[in-house]
Design a binder for this molecule. Structure first.
Ligand SMILES: Nc1ncnc2c1ncn2[C@@H]1O[C@H](COP(=O)(O)OP(=O)(O)O)[C@@H](O)[C@H]1O
Ligand SMILES: [Mg+2]
Length: 238
């Protein structure tokens, strides 16, 4: 579904991504793992069409992604870095505005709010939401227009362990029941190891290692953390 081919991204002459290659298969969950500053957010912004690559191509279902293209916008649900809302409006009103912009008037707002656990926030303005509630609302917004691809940049930031677990189950059910494909990032292995089909480890601007989680579990059931930590810190396995 997503093909990132030899992508380079530079900011002010500094290379943040170099020859990045990454493939996400339809109907799977791809976990992008990397230390802070590794380039996860930049990668997701490029895939979402929010940034333009300096070189290389990114394809979505075979078509090259272009920035500001509404078609891609509708097919993706995106949560990147700190989500921004209309603070004086309710959760529902924020979703209404989003869906109107997406040209999507048949969406089930109640369901989107319910699955993230925000069904009873009523008229409460977002300004009075906790960080975790805002994160839940951001997830609701990303899934509300029933996109084919969900791009989730560190989506469980700010959630408590219970919330992390709920979101994990939600992500799995979106893939299983609604045929979504998910691209999710984290700097913490434990947040994605249980749901990802495949994990890519971003080091020095490129994928140092890409493995299926089933393979990892088979080859080192005990030492998952060490296995990934070695790669993330630029160790020998890269
Ligand atoms: N707009 C920007 N201008 C300049 N440098 C940037 C910009 N965005 C990101 N960077 C730099 O790119 C690197 C990767 O950042 P980022 O993609 O946010 O990493 P991550 O999400 O993995 O923490 C960092 O060194 C960061 O400072
Ligand atoms: Mg980031």
């Amino acid at each position: 579904m997503i093909q990132v081919h030899e992508v380079i991204k530079t900011f002010d002459g500094k290379e943040v991504l170099r020859n990045l290659n990454l493939n996400v298969e339809r109907g799977t969950i791809y976990g992008l793992l990397g230390a802070n500053g590794a380039g996860k957010t930049t990668t997701f912004k490029l895939i979402s069409g929010l940034l333009q690559p300096t070189a290389g191509t990114i394809r979505f279902s075979g078509e090259v992604i272009q920035t500001q293209n509404r078609k891609f916008l509708k097919e993706m649900g995106v949560l990147i870095e700190t989500p921004v809302f209309y603070e004086h409006l309710s959760a529902r009103e924020n979703l209404e505005i989003h869906l109107a912009y997406m040209g999507c008037d048949t969406a089930d707002i109640d369901n989107s709010l319910q699955v993230v656990g925000l069904a009873d926030t009523g008229e409460k303005p977002v300004s009075k939401f906790s960080l975790g509630m805002k994160q839940r609302l951001a997830i609701a917004r990303a899934i509300s227009h029933a996109p084919e691809l969900l791009v989730l940049d560190e989506p469980v930031n700010g959630l408590d362990p219970m919330g992390i677990r709920q979101m994990r189950e939600l992500f799995l059910s979106l893939v299983k029941d609604q045929d979504m494909t998910i691209l999710i990032s984290s700097h913490i292995l434990s947040e994605i190891e249980h749901i990802a089909d495949k994990v890519g480890v971003l080091v020095n601007g490129h994928i140092a290692k890409e493995v299926s989680m089933s393979e990892v579990r088979k080859s080192c059931p005990e030492g998952l953390e060490d296995y990934f930590f070695n790669i993330m810190s630029g160790g020998a396995q890269g």
